[in-house]
Design a binder for this molecule. Structure first.
Ligand code: LTN
Length: 344
């Protein structure tokens, strides 16, 4: 089974990214032939700082390896290292309508927030469709917020197949289970996020232990004292979910274990569990960052694998759409072709 997912090198990564993203990726690499792409081309669709892009890209790549993606088993690569992604986005624009792109809620929300609306914000879902379709992907582990984009990729695949000939597989989304979505510690009705949440309520994957203790200690709870999920208990329910992510224990067991335990001790234990989860991750991360040459070499290997894997689909897209193949791309050059190369 072919698996593909993309992660944007924007914003500091946090515990919510780990719970709803990295964790799934590491699991999914056991289930098939997996591709994980640092989607740097996507990250220029909103205001960004060119000087920081390189650092964010390398940092995210190091995090993916640190989280347990195995470069021997999975293909971890940088989107801009595989030019076929940008090409596919352009070609797919022929089978996508303006109206379809305009219905994307992420586009509408983000466009409403700024004066200058980059064209890339509008065509973003095409780049994403290209990412997925180029690898003839079966399954896409992805966040709930990306459902509409994945539906569009499926529609685009089907329209291409009907218009130009069967080429693409129509991919399925794999969405995180309920509970995999962590909420902000200060405002537990909003999801944990570096853009939409609060800084105090967001545990960053690179936070030192003292910061993690402080953030969890000051998490909003309720005036009761019972450690269980329930109405008006969004804060405690979130801490239970965090504990579950950190230890792998089911929420019901956590409720049972802390029955009558009190919030203070529970919070202390949650903080220590998160620290224990992140310690090996942070150590691995530091190791990857201490050797930039090795990190770049791993990404070069991933890029090469991704170019090779996507090349046949890319070539077939051009061919089915009626483009003249460049001479170098012909498998067996005819005499006349060889002649014309000599003549020029
Ligand atoms: N849009 C996604 C990132 C993304 C992606 C992809 C995810 C880009 N290309 C391909 C899955 C497959 C996001 O913002 N999370």
């Amino acid at each position: 089974m072919r698996i593909f997912s993309g992660i944007q090198p924007t914003g500091a990564k946090h515990l919510g990214n780990y719970a709803g993203g990295f964790r799934q990726y590491v699991e999914s690499q056991e289930r098939g032939d997996a591709f994980f792409c640092v989607v740097d081309l996507h990250s220029i669709t909103v205001d960004y700082d060119p000087a920081g892009l390189r650092e964010r890209t390398l940092s995210l790549a190091a995090m993916l390896f640190a989280a347990g993606l195995d470069p021997e088993r999975s293909t971890v690569f940088v989107q801009s290292h595989v030019p076929a992604h940008a090409e596919a986005a352009w070609l797919l624009s022929a089978v996508t309508s303006y109206g379809q792109l305009g219905r994307m809620t992420q586009f509408k929300d983000k466009a409403a927030q700024r004066d200058f609306v980059p064209a890339g914000l509008f065509t973003y879902p095409l780049l994403m469709a290209g990412d997925i379709l180029l690898y003839r992907t079966d399954a896409v582990p992805i966040g709930d917020d990306q459902r509409q984009h994945l539906e569009l990729a499926r529609d685009v695949a089907a329209r291409f197949n009907a218009r130009f000939g069967e080429l693409f597989r129509v991919p399925e989304g794999i969405y995180p289970a309920v509970g995999a979505r962590l909420m902000d510690l200060q405002e537990p009705t909003r999801k944990m996020s570096t853009t939409g949440g609060t800084p105090q309520g967001t545990v960053l994957l690179l936070d030192p232990p003292e910061t993690i203790r402080r953030k969890i200690r000051s998490a909003v709870t309720d005036s009761g004292s019972e450690i269980r999920r329930g109405a008006d208990k969004a804060g405690i329910a979130n801490l239970i979910d965090i504990m579950s992510v950190a230890t792998g224990e089911a929420p019901e067991w956590i409720e049972r274990r802390y029955d009558g335990g009190g919030y203070g001790r529970f919070k202390r234990d949650v903080a220590e569990a998160v620290i224990a989860l992140l310690e090996p991750f942070q150590a691995q991360y530091a190791e990857f960052r201490s050797d930039p040459g090795e990190l770049q070499r791993l990404l070069a290997v991933g890029g090469e694998k991704a170019r090779t894997a996507s090349a046949p689909t890319r070539a077939r897209m051009y061919e089915l759409m009626g483009f003249v193949a460049p001479i170098g791309a012909l498998k067996e050059p005819s005499k006349r072709n060889v002649q014309s190369i000599r003549n020029c």
